[in-house]
Design a protein around this ligand. Structure first.
Ligand code: PEP
Length: 250
């Protein structure tokens, strides 16, 4: 039985005081929920303050990206060691916005995943096809390439600690959601790939979130699919009522 995991990616939004109001509100609304993992993913500059508010609660903190090195002359970058020092347990890796605007490759994603695991951070690795690729019938080839490249060289034990977020790029921030069946089809395909690269037990145990315009109105249907184990939520995670509703999906 895979434990659901709902994560809210705040991207480059909110002020410090808005971030603190949001985590205080969520802490109150979500207390008592014990059957699923809950993660908020603020911008780097709010991580430590949000962690202080959430310490000891059932809500975890994650980061939106990281470098793979522990430290060094990498101006502007943040290391996994720094993230753990701020209370981070999770880190999004290879978000489509990073791949598209900051030229992140599967090779970089792979380095980041390996490094996150060394530092005890659970990577949430995003994969997904663009609209152009879907329309050209390339979805499964793209997903297979991202799985092979992103997870190359991992042992089954390491892969068992990775969370995958299937996020069709055409559904992110567009209000356009994959149908539950469309999403589940790709999730099942990812499991098939993992079974080939690792083993069936691992493939059955890896948690795969869906992301792309998840909202209170569609979360129950998406989460009812057999291969969908939670959600990576962008826009709807910036408001306590909508994120709390998604966390509490039925
Ligand atoms: C995301 O940022 O990962 C995301 C899925 O965004 P949204 O929910 O706004 O589509």
């Amino acid at each position: 039985m895979r434990r659901p995991i709902i994560a809210g990616n705040w991207k480059m939004y909110l002020t410090l005081s808005g971030a603190l109001d949001l985590v205080k509100d969520l802490k109150e609304r979500l207390k008592g929920i014990a059957d699923r993992d809950i993660v908020v993913i603020p911008p780097f500059t709010y991580l430590h303050s949000c962690h202080k508010v959430l310490e000891g609660s059932n809500i975890n903190i994650g980061a939106q990206d990281m470098h793979w090195e522990k430290e060094g002359a990498f101006t502007g970058e943040v290391s996994p060691f720094m993230l753990t020092d701020c209370g981070c347990k999770f880190c999004v890796i290879g978000h489509s916005e990073r791949r598209a605007y900051f030229h992140e490759t599967d090779e970089m994603v792979n380095k980041k995943i390996k490094s996150a695991l060394i530092y005890g951070i659970i990577p949430i690795c995003c994969i997904g096809e663009t609209l152009e690729q879907r329309e050209a019938d390339q979805t499964f080839d793209v997903i297979e390439g991202q799985v092979r490249g992103g997870f190359a060289g991992l042992t089954s034990g390491q892969m068992g600690r990775v969370i995958i977020a299937y996020e069709p790029v055409w559904a992110i921030g567009t209000g356009r959601t994959a149908t539950p069946e469309q999403a589940n089809e790709v999730h099942a395909f990812i499991r098939g790939n993992l079974a080939g690269l690792f083993d069936t037990e691992l493939a059955n145990n890896v948690r795969i979130q869906y992301g792309g315009s998840v909202k209170p109105e569609n979360c129950d249907d998406l989460m009812s699919q057999p291969d969908i184990d939670g959600a990576l939520v962008g826009g709807a995670s910036l408001k306590a009522d909508s994120f709390a509703r998604i966390v509490g999906f039925k």
